[in-house]
Design a protein around this ligand. Structure first.
Ligand SMILES: CC(C)(COP(=O)(O)OP(=O)(O)OC[C@H]1O[C@@H](n2cnc3c(N)ncnc32)[C@H](O)[C@@H]1OP(=O)(O)O)[C@@H](O)C(=O)NCCC(=O)NCCS
Length: 176
């Protein structure tokens, strides 16, 4: 297996849609709507085309990751950051390191684009291996009820979250 990661093209949209649907069919935490969420996010002002990535195995799309703009805000300040969501790997290709490759490459590209941090809502058994830590540690909270250990953040630049705290405001498309 030789995995290549590249930016998603318009022609990939239908394949990515089916991939996300299949990946989340057996997922533990899912509303079964992640494939529709991605279609909405592509039209959002929070969408970043450079940070919607696909993983290919011999030309077949087997994984996808998307990062969209968020704001971490409190009464006085607003800081731009990114949300990692969703991440999907086709069931037959899971546990082969493809999700890890998509995360690591996505974080690298986000940093190269000048983004300073990323938040994720997900498994605290998975994301800490990439450097994510409980977001509350930085004083960052979700705008909805969520177990604190599952809401995580990573600094792409050392200490970039040192003076950032507040509530994460996601793209409105997450709630439609
Ligand atoms: C979650 C997912 C993206 C991981 O991708 P992957 O390519 O299978 O993962 P990797 O091969 O990089 O990593 C495998 C490791 O992650 C762990 N892992 C996989 N899915 C996990 C999950 N949902 N929760 C916790 N750990 C998970 C595996 O147990 C394995 O652990 P090990 O290295 O200690 O053996 C993939 O399983 C998937 O698409 N799942 C369905 C969709 C989903 O739940 N996405 C939400 C992510 S928050």
């Amino acid at each position: 297996m030789e995995i290549i990661i590249r930016k998603e093209d318009n022609e990939d949209n239908n394949k990515v849609y089916m991939l996300i649907k299949k990946a989340f069919e057996c997922a533990e935490h899912s509303d079964g709507e992640e494939h529709n969420l991605v279609n909405r996010l592509r039209k959002s002002e929070n969408y970043i085309s450079e940070l919607s990535l696909v993983a290919l195995d011999h030309g077949i799309i087997v994984g996808h990751i998307m990062f969209t703009k968020i704001v971490i805000e409190n009464r006085d300040t607003k800081h731009e950051s990114l949300a990692l969501a969703p991440l999907s790997v086709l069931p037959d290709y899971q546990n082969k390191g493809i999700g890890s490759k998509l995360i690591n490459e996505g974080l690298k590209r986000a940093k190269d684009l000048g983004y300073k941090s990323v938040v994720v809502l997900g498994s605290n058994k998975y994301y800490p291996r990439f450097g994510f830590e409980e977001a509350l540690k930085f004083g960052i909270k979700a705008q909805f009820e969520v177990p604190s250990e599952n809401f995580m953040a990573i600094e792409l630049e050392k200490n970039s979250l040192q003076y950032v705290n507040g509530t994460v405001v996601y793209a409105k498309e997450f709630f439609q």
